[in-house]
Each structure stands twice: as structure tokens, then as C-alpha cells.
Design a protein around this ligand. Structure first.
Ligand code: FNR
Length: 182
């Protein structure tokens, strides 16, 4: 049976390149994985004061959807050489209540994409820093810094072969990690 894997996109904009890459990943993932994009745009900024016995409905929805997944794929832009606030917020929401983190022990992979040349290297490693503390088992190699993402799609919106190959390499390595941990 295939494993349910969450795909979390760090950009909230409609035409996001990262969301497009996430959709390609859904298409090319090995049959052992079933990828589902879990939305984060409606999560109120994390605040312990509103996260008691009666948390916001969006927190509960996100935590339940994530709890049902056996791993997570992060596909994100870099904002000011770091993690977009929406993604960091989702990491924080999922990490609480204390002792009930939905991230713990799950296999993860971090893919960062940018129109720039260095492919979100800074964001990639800042995300990884949080994943270490969250006790996620993160794919180390190959690393996924997707530079020049504006050239990854042709005029019909289809992923170009070289970019598809790169994503295939990453998702295959991630599937291997998930299978080894099973
Ligand atoms: C950016 N962008 C950007 N790019 C980059 O390579 N390094 C960076 O530090 C930043 N910083 C940054 C900050 C903010 C606030 C914005 C809005 C953008 C550009 C960014 O990579 C570009 O807009 C991407 O297209 C965003 O990804 P999506 O939305 O296409 O997935």
C-alpha cells in the first residue's frame, strides 16, 4: 500500500513556481508514495493564547491532515535568504500542543526553488535547522536547490525534461528513504 505523504508549499501566491513543482512531484512520484498538498495559507499566526482547549479550526484541520500523513515534502521559495513566514508558521502550528507534534520521526525532504541561481540555499538550510529540532528524518542527499525555476516550464506550462529529471532524482531518493524506514 502506498504511503500518504504531505506536500507543503511555502508560497501562497496563485501562480507560484513552487506549487507548480509540487504538482509535478505528484505526477512523477513512485507508486509507493501518494502525495497530497496540505494547505497552510489559512493558518492564523501562531499564538499560544488562542491554542488552548479550543484552537482555531484551521489549526485542527492542519494537524489532523498532517497526522494522517506518514511523511512530508517541503517545496518552498526563499524569502530574504530565509524561510517564508507562512511555512515557518505551519511548522510552529504542527509542533504544538507540546508533546503532540505531528512532525516527529517522519521522513522529510526539503526542495527550495528560486528564479535566482542559488536555488534558495539559505531557506533550504533554515528549514532543515527546524526539522532537526522537530526530529524529522530528512533526506541529506541529493540536495535540492532548484535554481532558474522560471526556465523550468515551457510555453505550454509543461515541465522541461532536464527539470523533470532533477525532480525525479529527488523524489526517487525520498521514496527510497521512506521505504527504508518502513
Ligand atoms: C523573494 N525572492 C527571493 N529569491 C531568492 O532567491 N532569495 C531571496 O532571498 C528572495 N527574497 C524574497 C523575498 C520576498 C518577500 C519575495 C516576495 C520574494 C524572489 C522569489 O524567489 C520569487 O518571487 C519566487 O518566484 C517565489 O516563489 P513562488 O511564489 O514562485 O513559488
Amino acid at each position: 500500500m502506498s504511503k500518504s505523504i504531505a506536500v507543503i508549499v511555502g508560497s501562497l501566491r496563485k501562480d507560484s513556481y513552487n506549487r507548480k513543482l509540487a504538482k509535478v512531484l505528484q505526477e512523477i512520484a513512485p507508486a509507493s508514495l501518494s502525495l497530497k498538498i496540505i494547505e497552510i495559507g489559512d493558518l492564523p499566526l501562531y499564538n499560544e493564547d488562542i491554542d488552548g482547549d479550543n484552537p482555531p479550526a484551521a489549526y485542527t484541520r492542519f494537524r489532523q491532515e498532517m497526522a494522517a500523513c506518514q511523511g512530508a515534502i517541503f517545496v518552498s521559495p526563499e524569502y530574504n535568504r530565509s524561510v517564508p513566514a507562512a511555512l515557518k508558521n505551519a511548522l510552529d502550528v504542527g509542533s504544538r500542543p507540546y508533546g503532540k507534534s505531528i512532525w516527529s520521526k517522519k521522513p522529510a525532504v526539503v526542495i527550495t526553488a528560486s528564479p535566482g541561481a542559488i536555488g534558495g540555499f539559505g531557506a533550504n538550510h533554515h528549514i532543515r535547522q527546524s526539522l532537526v529540532f522537530l526530529d524529522m528524518i530528512t533526506l541529506q542527499q541529493p540536495e535540492a536547490y532548484f535554481g532558474g525555476v522560471a526556465n523550468a516550464f515551457d510555453e505550454n506550462g509543461n515541465i522541461v525534461p532536464k527539470s523533470k529529471e532533477f525532480l525525479q532524482l529527488i523524489i526517487n531518493a525520498y521514496a527510497d528513504l521512506v521505504n527504508k524506514l518502513a
